[in-house]
Design a binder for this molecule. Sequence first.
Ligand code: RBF
Length: 350
Amino acid sequence: MKHPASAALAPILVAAVFSLFTACVKKNAQTNSSAGTSIGVFIPGVMSGSPVYEMLVEGVRAAVNRHNGAQGAAAPVELTVIEGGYNQAEWETKLTAMTASFSYDLIVSSNPSLPDIVSHISDRFPDQHFLLLDGRLEGNPRVYTLRYNQREQSYMAGYMAALISEAAGPAPARRVGLVAAQEYPVMNNVILPGFLEGARGVNGGYTVDFRIVGNWYDAAKAGELAADMIQGGVQVLLCIAGGANEGVIHAAAEGGARVIWFDTNGYGIRPGIVAGSSVLYQDKAAYTQMLRYLEGTLPFGTAETLGLSEGYVDFIQDDPVYIETVAPELRERQASMIERIRSGALALPL
Ligand code: RBF
C-alpha cells in the first residue's frame, strides 16, 4: 500500500516534472521557429492604480492579439502577466524565478530599477531576452530598453502648476508641490528638477515643496502630506504616487487646490480639480516594441529615449474638462510653451 503522503505528493511531482518538460520543449521549439512563442510580463508592483503598468499590459496584449490574428490560431503567442508586489526587495528573486522557469522567450517589464536587476539576472541566464520600458541599459545584447524624456514631461507639469498659482491670488506663495511615493534617481535627478525648471519658466522665484509618501499605495498618508502643503500656501500639486494619488486629489478638493496628473489623462478623475495631465504613451511604446520583437526586428543591445517630438510624451490640451477648468489665457501660454518644445526652440534633452 502506498504511503498516504506520497500518494498526495505524486500528482504534484508529476505536474512539476511535466511543466519543466513542456518548458524545455517550448524553449527548444522557439529557437527554431516562432511557433509556441511565450511572453512573460513582470509588473514591479501591482497593476491597479498604476497607469504605467496598466498601459504596459494593454500595449503588449494588443500587439500579441494583432500578431495572433494575423498568424491564425495555429501558433498563437502566449502571454502571462506576473505581479511582483509592493515589496521591492523581492523583485529580483521573483524575476529570477520567472527567468529560471525557462518558460518565456521574452520577459517584458517597466521600471527605472529593472535594468540593474536584469543585469544581475542576465549574468546567470545569458540567453534570456528582455524588453524594458521606463528604464535605460545600453550594450547588453539580450536587453532592449526604452525610456521617456521625463524632463519634458515634468517641465510641462511645472509650467502649468506655476501658471495656475500665479493666477490664483494677488500674492502667490511661488511654491508648487510634488507628492512622490518614494525617492529614486529618475525622481530626484529628472522629474523634480524638471518640474522646478518648468515652474521657473513662468517665474524664476518658484520653489518646490517636495514630500515623500514612503510607498505606492497609502492614500491616507499622501492626503495628510498634501493637506499640510496646501495649508502652507501650495495651490497646485503634482502627484506621482500610484494608488496613493487618490489622497492628494481628496486633499486638493477639500482645500481648494488643484492637481497636475502624471502619466495618463487624469481630467476625468476629479473634474475641476485636475487641471493638467502630463502624459507618456507607454501603451503605444509597449505595442510598437512588442510588434518589433514579434517581427524579429527589435534591436537588442540598444537604448532609446523618446519624447514629445517623437509622440511619446505630451500634455493633454484638447480634453473638454481641461478647457472648462483652466482659463483661456493660461491655456494659450501653456500651448505656446509646448510649441516651443515641439519646434526645438526650447530644448530639454536628458
Ligand atoms: N509608478 C507607479 O505608477 N506605480 C508603482 O508601483 C511604481 N513603483 C515604482 C518603484 C520603483 C522602485 C521605481 C524606481 C519607480 C516606480 N514607479 C511606480 C514610478 C514609475 O517608474 C515612473 O517614474 C512614474 O510613473 C512617473 O512616470
